[in-house]
Structures are given as C-alpha cells and as structure tokens.
Design a protein around this ligand. Structure first.
Ligand code: ARG
Ligand code: ZN
Length: 870
C-alpha cells in the first residue's frame, strides 16, 4: 500500500516518557515497556482507541493499561499494528514482548552482529523491538535498562547518560541509561557485548567536559584513533561554523561488522559499520581514511541537524540528510582540498544521482509518496538534497545562510519539522523570497541548461542566452522552471578573469524563467565563458565549446573546479567520437589535442598533484553511459581502453617521471598533501602498466611488496589484476589474501577487486568466491563487495550479451529478499535501468525483473522497486 505526504495527520496520542527494560538471553529477549501516553492537544479527532505499530515478529506476553491487564477482547493485532479498543485520555501502557535477535537477518531492530547485540531503528526498526508510536513526530524521553550475562556482555550501552548499574546474583548485570532529550524512536539505540574502547575528552566552547568513547572488538582497538581525531575536529568545526555545541556528558560510537548502511546517528550512541569507522595505515586506503572522517562528522552533525531538530514525517528525510551531507561536505572541504572534494562529490552526483533521476525510481528531494521508506535513502534525498542546501547557501551568501541556520535551530529546537520550515527560516533571516526555489523539493528530474552567446564588439556587450528545461519523470511530465543559481566568470583572451559588476570576477546569475538573456556591458574583447563555476547547481549544461577553448580553460580558469570540468568536457568530446568510430568499425586514432593538454598538466609541477590526477582521469564509464541516449557498454569500454593505452604510450616518459616525483620518503600520514601524491603516483602507475613494457609490471609488483600502506598495496593489486598481465594476477591475489585473511575489511577489497575485473571470466570467479570462506551472504559488506561490485562496477561483464550477469543478479536478489530486504532492494537497481540499453539487453533485463516479480513472496522493499520498473 502506498503512503502519501498529502495524507499526513498529527498523531492522536503523544508519549511523554518511555521506560524500557531489556533482558537479553540466548534464545529470546524480553522487552518490557512502560509508556506514559496522553492525548495530543493538537489533534482535532479523538479516537476512542489507540493504534500502535508493532512488527508481526513480536510475541506479546503482557499488556496493561494503568495496571489493568488487558485480555484478548480488549485489543487486536494484525500485520504491523496493535489496536487497543478503548483508552483514557492519559494513561500508563505496560507491555512485555518477546523477540529473537539471533534470527534477525534483516538487521533492522535489535540483532546480533558477530555476537554483539546492536540496534538499527531508522526508519521503522523500533516497531520490531516493541509496540510503539513509531513515527518521528512522536518524541519521548527514554530511560533504558539493559540486563545481560556479565561475562559475555560486559558492556551495556544505550542513549544518554548512565545513571545506575548493578550485579545480579545469577552472573547477570544491568545498567540504566537516561536520555534527557526527547527523541523519536528511530534514534533509540542499544548495544551489548564484549567490547573494548578508547577514550578521550572534549571541552566545549562554553567549557563543558564531554567524555568521548569509541568501542570495537579488541582486535580492532588499534584502528580507532583516526575516528577519534575526526570526532574532535567535527565537534570544534560545528562550534566554529554553525555555533552548535554538544549537549550530553558522553558521546559514544560503536563499530559493528553487520550493518545495512554506513552509520547511524542514535542520540549519544552512534552505531557504525566497521567500514566507516576503523582505519589504520596498514589496512585502510586514503579514500577509506577520508570516508571515516566524513561519516564520523556526518553522524556528529546530525546531533543538531536531525536529533535536536528532527523530521515531522519520512517525506521530510532530506531535511536532515540533505542539510547534514552539505555540512559534512563543507567540513571535509575545510579539512582537506576543497576543489578535490567538490570534484569527487560532483562525479558521484552526475553518475549515480543523475541516473536515478532518469530512471523509474526518480523522485523529488521531498518525495510525495512511497511504499517502503527504506527505498528512499537515496542519492536524490542525500546528495541532491545537499546540492539544494548548497544553492540556498550560494543565493544567500555565507552570512545570511548562517543567520538562517541559527534561526532554524532556535525556532525548532526539540521539534519535528518540515523542509518548508527550513526554507522559511532561511527566508525570514535573509528577507529573500524562496517560493519558486522550493520547486527543487517537489519536482524530480535533472534540469538541462542550453546556453548560447554573442559578442557585439561595437558596443562592448556580451550576452548569454540561457534556456532551461527538465525531462519528464514518473511523478510529472511537465516541469515549472526552477530557480537556479548559475555562477559565471568571463575570461579574456590572455586568460585572466574580466572584472564584472562591482569588480567581482564571478557573478551569480539567477535563472527563474524557461528562457533568459543576461547582458554584460563594458566587455572589451570576446570572452571565453566559464560557466557553472563550482558546479553551482545540479544541472546538465550544454554550451558548444571548441576543443581549443576547453584546453584554454584547463590552463587558465581561476575556478579550480571548472579547470577540471574543462578537461572532462574535452575528454567527453574525444571519447564520444571514438565511441562512434568503434561502432562504425572505423580505425581508432587519438587526438593530439588530448595528448598535448595532458602533457602540459603532467609537466606543471606547480599544480596540486591530486588535481593533476583528477584532470588526467578520463570521464568514467558510468558518466559516459549517463550522457548517452542508448548505453553501448562495449563501445564505451573499448574507446576508453584505447584512449588510455594511447595516452600511456604517448606520455610514457612523463608518467614515469611523475611517478618518481611522487614517491614519499617520510612517515605515512593520511594528510591532504600525501594523499595527493599517492593519488597521482598510482594514476601514473595505471598508465605505465598500459605502456606495454614488462618493467612496469615489475614496478607494480615491487610497489605491492614494498608498500607500507594499504593505498599503495591495493592500487598495485587492482591495477595488475585488471591489466593485460593476467598471468601475474593469481599469485598477487593469493599473497594478498594470505596476508590479510584475518582483516575482514581488507578481505572485502580483495573480493571487490576480483568482482570488478573487466577481463573475461569475472562471473565464474564471482560465483566461485561465493563459496569461499571469506564470503557470507548475511553480511551486507560482503554482499556489496562481491555481488554489488560485480553488478555495479563491472559493466562489461554484468551486461554480457548472453544475459548471464542479469540472471546471476536476479538469483541473488531472490535469495536476499528473504534474508535482508533492504540489501536485496538496493542490489536490484542496475536491472531497473533497462530502458537505457539496446533491445536485446532490454528484453533480457526485463525477463529477470519479471522472474523476481514472480518468485515467492516479495518484501515491500523489493516489490516497490521491481514493480515500479517493469
Ligand atoms: N541516518 C543514517 C545516516 O544517514 C542512515 C540510516 C538509514 N538506515 C536505514 N536502514 N535506512 O547517517
Ligand atoms: Zn545522515
């Protein structure tokens, strides 16, 4: 059944306080709840009864209202709800339910991760723990007691501050936690296990001492330092940039290996996927270090943007996620290289989010309806949602944006609100009218800007004519114009920024109509426009640049992002021509323009090596696919392979020199500077392996053996495994496995390297690995590393013409549908994009979607995605 935003109604009852007692035992867990309920004064209707959420898996042992035990005639239970026929206006509801965490493979609610009890309640997991009003606009003060065997579960955690503890005579012990901040049930958390921790303290701006404790299994205790450093940096940054302080006496993070997503911002007790919190030089790549920093910050920032101010309903998910992603992106930009961070975020947005926007599951940042909310933790809600907040920041400027966020937090602290409330605070603080801007929240689809220009030398006038349009998406075929901030600079023929209004070199043009012309006066020469600087809006932009203009922008644009973008655009033009040549059976020839441009960048030692690496990376297979009307996987792959091989041969000497320049002889650090050097070094190695000389295989093997860090070791492994040196791969793979078989996260990268191998035979390799001791279908990280990587990062093999990849994915989706619906429904995404491929593949993909549809009983999660895409 479909749930609609327009049907929202305030809850008839509120829960003033929630007292929970968990008795954890091997074959069952008892959950006792004592809820103080009261009618919601804001609710117009006064139903006689009370309807609560509760999963079918709950076994009700006792139910009492104000101490009166209810019998079967007083209430009814059906799939998902419990209804008590009649209740007073204010009362205490007691319940006891029995649940079975050991059998919980969906990893929602209370479950066991490698023997550690933990919870995941967002979005609707709490109803798998007990009967409750499991909706974010019901906020309650929680007191939680956890009871368990002391020897096996020495650590017992929940939200808030610990207030009491004790030992029972039977070897069990208990701890009581109190969280003074009212919160919705989705922010509840409980952890019990044999965990160790590291500890530090943070003194807030107003002088409050906060204890910081990060928990993990003993073997991983040495991998928590980076998370601790990141946490302290995040706490300081939120004080300095947003004026937000932490509010409890203790902040805890727990690392667990079985987790559906990245991490969860439960009040005072974050639960993290090990992949987003553990980091060490030997086992974690630079990208891994940066992910840990970003996710720790993200969850910390939620304490204000999410917890203190939360969502009224799940249609508002981007209220907290879009804002928090924007906040964590700005944090990462401040900690590392701002331009590199922006390039990486835009690459992700333009591949994954744009393709979502063009597919059958396209939805607005604030969806209007859903079947299963878990399906809406999407690139659109998170990443596009963050772009929407970034555009507000651009339109208002940093000072008014800060005033708006201050007002938002002040107005709504302790409330559950909407994206409209967020925008209203921004409007009130800035005096700007954002009515039209709000279409970004309600209209799906990626807007397209078609730009032309003209220069009139007699009047020194330059004009930009901008047309905006937006393709239809499932929820609407017609789109009203968006309010789009288009940041623009004009370059003189000498390559300098021309002064525009008030001497500024970048101006923000505000598009509000489907067609607009912007006039610049006093322009002495015909400029080269630098359009959409910093990627100031999540749009596609067409302007007929010549190759020479793009090379010019690569060298001279003062906007670092647009220098990279010019290189991408040049790469796109050249690769699209190669793709057409390949399709027509013509000989492939690499353009001198690209070689020359690459050589200039490679030889310019004044540039940030990370940006050199980004510029010298051709547009990805995914991006080129996203730009095509019909995706020809093989042609795109062949064109890229050809271009990379040709570049390698043409620039071998330069790549070799740059490789040597990037060698580091000081101690490893995941600092922006060293990360940049390793990035460029490994990019050079990737080209050198294509130059056709065995000495470069030896170089890669030497790097593999000598590396003192996972970045260099894994890069060498992946490059050789994915190269033409197929004979060298098995030995390196088995060496790598025997070295790291005890490090689950490293083994994941070993699985992913093989699963994403474009060489023939990858599917049988993946099938063999599914039987390997290292694989476990119940662990989402393993599933993502093997099945997810094959279907998402190995286009040539996944889209094999015989349909074998599609059949394989359908089989796995059917199996996972029973075990873990959330993972199953995420995994199926590549099949849903069938419309983008040739007719033969379309048919093969649809056949497999139909096969999933016809198989057994589908979870809501898989049903929604598959039924909407057939
Ligand atoms: N709120 C979490 C975050 O973005 C995501 C948790 C969502 N989990 C889920 N199973 N849907 O940080
Ligand atoms: Zn989040």
């Amino acid at each position: 059944s479909v749930i609609y935003l327009k049907d929202y109604q305030v809850p008839p009852f509120l829960i003033e306080s929630t007292q929970l007692r968990f008795e954890l035992e091997d074959d069952r867990t008892l959950v006792k709840a004592e809820l103080r309920l009261t009618r919601n004064p804001e609710c117009q209707v006064k139903p006689r009864g009370l309807l609560m959420h509760g999963d079918e898996s709950l076994r009700l042992c006792r139910l009492a209202v104000d101490g009166q035990v209810l019998t079967a005639k007083d209430y009814s239970i059906d799939a998902g709800t419990l209804t008590i026929a009649e209740v007073p206006d204010q009362f205490i509801l007691e319940s006891v339910v029995e649940i079975d965490p050991a059998k919980n493979t969906a990893l929602e609610g209370l479950y066991l991760s490698d023997g550690v009890y933990c919870t995941q309640c967002e979005a609707e997991g709490f109803r798998r723990i007990t009967y409750y009003l499991d909706r974010p606009d019901v906020m309650s003060v929680f007191t939680t007691t956890v009871v368990a065997d002391k020897a096996r579960f020495p650590v017992l955690l929940s939200n808030g501050n610990p207030v009491a503890e004790g030992d029972d005579s039977d070897g069990r012990h208990w701890v009581t936690w109190e969280d003074p901040f009212p919160k919705p049930a989705y922010l509840f958390a409980l952890v019990a296990g044999d965990l160790k921790h590291i500890e530090d303290t943070f003194t807030t701006a107003s002088g409050k001492q906060v204890a910081l404790r990060l928990f993990a299994e003993e073997k991983d205790l040495d991998k928590l330092d980076h998370a601790m450093t990141s946490l302290k940096a995040s706490m300081r940054w939120d004080e300095q940039v947003y004026g937000r302080e932490y509010d409890l006496e203790i902040y805890m993070i727990v690392a667990v290996d079985f987790f559906n997503m990245g991490a969860m911002e439960n009040k005072g007790l974050n639960v993290f996927n090990t992949s987003c919190v553990l980091a060490s030089q030997k086992t974690t790549t630079d990208a891994g270090f940066q992910r840990v920093e970003a996710v720790v910050a993200h969850e910390y920032f939620h304490n204000w943007s999410g917890n203190r101010v939360t969502c009224r309903d799940w249609f508002q998910l981007s209220l907290k996620e879009g804002f928090t992603v924007f906040r964590d992106a700005e944090f990462s930009a401040d900690m590392n290289s701002r331009t590199v961070k922006r390039v990486e975020d835009v690459q992700l947005l333009r591949t994954a989010q744009f393709s979502e926007d063009a597919g059958p599951m396209a939805h607005p940042v604030r969806p209007a309806s859903f079947i299963e909310i878990s399906n809406f933790y999407t690139m659109t809600v998170y990443e596009k949602g963050a772009e929407v907040v970034r555009m507000i920041h651009t339109l208002l400027g940093p000072d008014q944006f800060r005033a708006g966020s201050d007002l938002y937090f002040e107005r709504h602290d302790g409330q559950a609100v909407t994206t409209d409330d967020f925008v209203a605070a921004m409007e009130a603080a800035s005096g700007r009218d954002l009515t039209q801007f709000k279409r970004w929240y309600s209209q799906a689809g990626t807007p397209v800007l078609d730009i032309t220009d003209e220069y009139d030398p007699s009047e020194s006038v330059y004009r930009l004519r901008v047309k905006q349009s937006c393709p239809p998406t499932p929820e609407a075929s017609e789109k009203a114009p968006f309010h789009i901030p288009l940041q623009v600079g004009l370059l003189s023929p000498e390559g300098t920024d021309m002064p525009l209004e008030n001497g500024a070199t970048t101006v923000t043009l505000e598009l509000t109509e489907s067609e607009q012309t912007f006039t610049f006066t006093g322009i002495p020469q015909k400029p080269v426009p630098s359009l959409l600087r910093g990627f100031s809006a999540p749009v596609k932009l067409n302007y007929a640049y010549s190759q020479a203009e793009l090379v010019f922008l690569m060298q001279h644009d003062s906007d670092g992002f647009n220098r990279w973008e010019a290189a991408q655009k040049l790469g796109v033009i050249i690769l699209q021509a190669l793709i057409a040549d390949y399709q027509a059976g013509r000989e492939l020839i690499l353009s001198d323009a690209l070689v020359g441009a690459y050589r200039a960048v490679l030889n310019d030692t004044t540039l940030d090596p990370a940006m050199v690496a980004k510029v010298l990376t051709l547009p990805s297979q995914a991006y080129l696919g996203e730009l095509s009307t019909q995706i020809d996987v093989d042609a795109i792959h062949a064109a890229r392979e050809f271009a990379m091989n040709a570049l390698a041969c043409a620039l071998e000497a330069e790549f070799s020199q740059a490789y040597k320049r990037c060698l580091i002889d000081v101690a490893y650090q995941p600092s922006a500077e060293q990360v940049a050097q390793r990035m460029l070094k490994n990019l050079c190695l990737s080209y050198l392996l294509r130059a056709g000389k065995p000495e470069y295989l030896a170089l890669a093997q030497q790097q593999f053996s000598d590396a003192d860090n996972m970045t260099d070791e894994q890069a060498a492994l992946a490059l050789v495994v994915h190269s033409n040196y197929q004979d060298a791969a098995p030995a390196m793979l088995s060496q790598f496995y025997s070295r790291w078989s005890q490090e689950s996260l490293v083994v994941n990268s070993w699985l992913a390297v093989q699963a994403s191998n474009p060489c023939p035979g990858a599917l049988s390799q993946v099938e063999a690995l599914m039987q390997h001791e290292a694989f476990n279908m119940k662990n989402p990280n393993k599933v993502r590393s093997l099945i997810g990587a094959f279907c998402g990062q190995n286009p040539v093999n996944f889209h094999a013409k015989d349909g074998s990849g599609y059949r394989f994915l359908a089989d796995q989706v059917v199996a996972l549908n029973e075990l873990n619906p959330q993972i199953a429904s995420r995994l199926v995404a590549p099949l849903t994009k069938w419309k983008r491929y040739d007719e033969t593949r379309q048919q093969l993909m649809r056949d497999q979607l139909q096969r999933i549809m016809d198989s057994a009983e589908l979870s809501r999660d898989v049903y929604e995605v598959v039924s909407k895409s057939i």
